[in-house]
Design a binder for this molecule. Sequence first.
Ligand code: KG4
Ligand code: ZN
Length: 352
Amino acid sequence: MKILGIETSCDETAAAVVQNGQIMLSNVVASSVDLHAAFGGVVPEIAARSHLESILPVVQQALTDASCDWGDIDAIAVTYGPGLIGSLLIGVMTARTLAIAKSKPLYAINHVEAHVYANFITDAKQSNYQLNKNLPQFPCVALIVSGGHSQLALFSNHGSYKLLGQTRDDAVGEAFDKVAKIAGLPYPGGPSVAAAAAGGDPQSIKLPISHLDNPYDFSFSGLKTAVLRAAQELVGETYAFASAELPGRLNSRQVANLAASFQFTAAKTLVKATTKAVEQFNPKSVVVAGGVAANAELRRQLDLSLSPKPLYSDIKLCTDNAAMIASLAYFRSKIDQPADVNSLSPQPSLTM
Ligand code: KG4
Ligand code: ZN
């Protein structure tokens, strides 16, 4: 079964064709990230306009790369939430229109749940992907960490999961993006903080790990504020000093130490909760998903702490893509009915 996936929840316009949930025949991602960089974050109106311009060429490219025409496609899958309303609308309306015009069933997919399914892609037409060799096994603990989400879930089967915990405030990727801003590093903050951290000492600045009633919940807002306070102190100022002026005062050694200490502590926070879940639920697999799963320090700490060893998808599949949407749709198609092509609407605040 070949499924065309469509993803437009944030700033990536993506389409992909995946066979039987596992074999990635194509994966096309057009990002508007460069347009947002000047603003230090995603501008929803710019993202939506950019999706509108890119969506049809991206879908066509996904079919071409997969050597498919419409006759080869068995179903269409689309992200219907969570995400930015203007962005989701472009994907959902395009998918509905194509499903009607080409007479295909349409599957409505939860973006956060789909991140986990990057780990179910075990084969690809292109050889430049580092994929898991085997499918994750159930029960499976999933750590889902991205710019918009930080969740820990226990999957007992496809479509059957329990949310163990989540962030109480900022998502961890959001914290990377905010720390980048404090330190004067470019957006998106994940890759730029990781690069700056490579030259710093992770023990140089003591930062707090949150302790919450639910051991599987996270909090990153306090950590971000602690980084701000540490930066103010490093330049000899008080908490009243404007954060916008910090980048001009911090030297590169201080930036590297702030980045390294923050990254180390953020990763430790995630590892602590994940280790506890693995001890309690004794899963057959642990998967790590979402944009922050690309982080090498997080992977290093998780590998040291966890048994079974966690599974990670290729870095290109950690960040937003449509292959994960098509993969989840295949497994969901075994248990769910298709969506109504005439009424499916985006749900910006969809939860797991
Ligand atoms: O999954 P994703 O592409 O979009 C959302 O669903 O949010 O994740 C984007 C997030 C951004 O916050 C970005 O800073 C972060 O993932 N990210 C990273 C790395 N690469 C991307 N965070 C830490 N280390 C990285 N190497
Ligand atoms: Zn995402």
